[in-house]
Design a protein around this ligand. Structure first.
Ligand code: S3P
Length: 426
């Protein structure tokens, strides 16, 4: 896929449904009673992996594109799959499903693609083992494939060393099956979709500062879910609208949950002309239409509690920082190293190849902005967010940018390139 320097982005766009919420809708719907109807479900490869795993455990799921209907089997109604469960490229599927499997009375083997087989799973193996599950890494390397023997679980209080919604959610889901209260304390609050959604499904769950608390459940109840647009997908167009000249775009119906909206706060700290219109707080997941115009950006420091709220947007923020005056420091973001790829390494290499002044640090990077970027050949390492980041950077760079492995955007945003072309008027 080739990109050239372009003029502005104009118009309106509705981005696909939120990936985190789409996964959870299928998972929670599968272990609830009755049916769960999901509107605006993200038809990306990751969420389709979740559907396929639950179908293999006996859940009937109708996928008609715009609406997905899950015929729930109840908390104890899943059946043992006849084969290994394949989680594809999806960390969310692998880690959250492990929490559910820990409480079943059957054993399962889970795996995924090459990237999944390199991602750390000890972070869920440890707490789930403390709760009583037998879970082991088949290759003894702390990664998938994982063999999980579910069984009776006890509640624990787990101080998580990382602010990770996937870790927190795996423990909370296992907590549904435990014999008492389960608590997870995080260093900073990570996205809280699991807490909000499980509460809608009827679980007894609440939050005390950075601690999530859940009680064992007798039953969850199917729900109708309207998935908001994914702020992590919207971020690419918002960034393009801010850095490309003569831009003005409106991204409609974007989820702005405070545990996910750090990207908007970081943009504002960089001097972005960004406004939220039509804020709707009528459901647990607030939404808004977001308007951006080309802006003169300046550097900022992104660190601490904001990091989990924009963790997936750090690649595009790093690219934006190249178009800003002054220095941007990203720190406390070592988690970037264990995403779909090592996103610190790949960002520093690829931005460097485009002529940016960027340094790698132990837990982030430092970008000295204001140097024009030039085109380069970009290896996406099959990481969807890296491919989309460099499509946008390529639109702002002189010359030609070629993205290798560009098709990996199908993980979270299958129509990304068509939508970008439409907004560019090409
Ligand atoms: C997600 C949590 C985050 C995020 C991922 C989706 C989720 O991962 O990076 O894309 O849906 O819970 P961590 O929990 O590992 O930080």
């Amino acid at each position: 896929m080739i990109f050239h320097q372009c003029g502005g982005l104009k118009g309106q766009i509705t981005v696909p449904g939120d990936k985190s919420i789409s996964h959870r809708s299928v998972m929670f719907g599968s272990i609830a009673s009755k049916t769960t109807e999901i509107h605006n479900f993200l038809q990306g490869a990751d969420c389709l992996s979740t559907i396929s795993c639950f179908r293999r455990m006996g859940v009937e799921i109708e996928n008609r594109g715009d609406i997905v209907t899950v015929h729930g089997r109840g908390l104890r109604g899943l059946s043992q799959p006849s084969d290994i469960l394949d989680c594809g490229n999806s960390g969310t599927t692998t880690r959250l499903i492990s929490g559910i499997l820990a409480g079943q009375d059957f054993s399962v083997t889970l795996t995924g693609d090459e990237s999944i087989q390199k991602r750390p799973m000890k972070r869920i193996m440890e707490p789930l083992s403390q709760m009583g599950a037998r879970i082991r890494s088949i290759n003894h390397n702390g990664c998938a494939p994982l063999a999980i023997n579910g069984g009776p679980l006890h509640g624990i209080h787990y101080p998580s060393p990382v602010a990770s919604a996937q870790v927190k959610s795996a423990i909370l889901l296992a907590g549904l099956y435990a014999d008492g209260e389960t608590r997870v304390t995080e260093p900073y609050l990570s996205r809280n979709h699991t807490e909000l959604m499980l509460s809608h499904f009827g679980a007894d769950v609440h939050t005390e500062n950075t601690t999530a608390v859940i009680l064992p459940a007798r039953e969850l109840y199917g729900q109708k879910i309207l998935v908001p647009g994914d702020i992590s997908s919207a971020a690419f167009f918002l960034a393009a609208g801010l850095i490309l000249p003569n831009s003005e775009i409106l991204v409609r119906n974007v989820g702005i949950n405070p545990t996910r909206n750090g990207f908007l706060r970081a943009c504002q700290a960089m001097g972005a002309q960004l406004s939220l219109l039509g804020i709707d707080k009528s459901s647990g997941e607030p939404t808004a239409d977001i308007l951006v115009k080309t802006s003169s950006l300046h550097g900022t420091t992104i660190s601490g509690a904001i990091i989990p709220t924009l963790i997936d947007e750090l690649p595009i923020l790093a690219a934006m920082a190249c178009f800003a005056e002054g220095t941007t420091v990203i720190k406390d973001a070592a988690e970037l190293k264990v995403k779909e790829s090592n996103r610190i390494d790949i960002m520093v290499r690829n931005l460097g190849a485009m002529g940016a002044d960027v340094e790698e640090t132990d837990d982030g990077m430092i970008i000295h902005g204001g140097r024009p970027l030039h085109g380069a050949v970009i290896d996406s390492r099959l990481d969807h967010r890296i491919a989309m980041t460099f499509a946008i950077a390529g639109c702002g760079a002189e010359g030609e940018t070629e993205i290798l492995g560009a098709e990996c955007v199908n993980i979270s945003y299958p129509s990304f390139y068509e939508d970008l072309k439409r907004l560019l008027g090409s």
